[in-house]
Design a protein around this ligand. Structure first.
Ligand code: GTP
Ligand code: MG
Length: 154
């Protein structure tokens, strides 16, 4: 089954929105293979956002993502990477459709509440940054036949 790395960013924690965002993820039918609260260090930020380190907005991004605790989630389910990106909305909350997480809870481009891996390759890289293998727990739920058993699952 496909896994993706989701971060509930410092604004989501500060604004007490984590429970509501996690409920949306579970309501959709996904499950959590790993859950962790932590503070991102500048080193971790540079590792995670390696593709953005040389961009002009990186210093602002680093000071935001290290400004308070985050919640890291390993989310599992069919096409988890793509479906979670759809649920999140666009990078800029103001461009995000109502019904998406960013479209319902935000108005900022930088403080956009949630991170989700943008490809299966990124997901594998990012999950390994935030979770040790033994921190990820594979479970099978009795609900799965009702949620997606007849689909082709990866
Ligand atoms: P992530 O899931 O967090 O990676 O967001 P994304 O994939 O929708 O956007 P992207 O990877 O392009 O940018 C990473 C993060 O940097 C965004 O989520 C924003 O928090 C921030 N960001 C992106 N573009 C800008 C910008 O132009 N200015 C500022 N200040 N922040 C930006
Ligand atoms: Mg990104």
């Amino acid at each position: 089954m496909e896994r993706t790395l989701i971060l509930l960013k410092p604004d989501a924690v500060e604004r007490r929105l984590c429970g509501r965002i996690m409920a949306r993820i579970e309501d959709r039918g996904f499950k959590f293979a790993g859950v962790k609260m932590l503070k991102v260090t500048p080193e971790l930020s540079r590792q995670h956002y390696a593709e953005h380190v040389s961009k002009p907005f990186y210093p602002l991004l680093e000071s935001f993502i290290t400004s308070g605790p985050i919640i890291a989630l390993c989310v599992e389910g069919p096409e988890a990477v793509r479906v979670m990106r759809d649920m999140m909305g666009k990078t800029n909350c103001r461009d995000s459709a109502p019904g998406t997480i960013r479209g319902d809870f935000g108005l900022s481009r930088q403080m956009n509440l949630i991170h989700g891996s943008d490809s299966i390759e990124s997901a594998a890289r990012e999950i390994a940054i935030y979770f040790k293998p033994e921190e990820l727990i594979a479970t099978t739920s009795a609900l799965e036949p009702w949620l997606y058993a007849s689909d082709e699952v990866k």
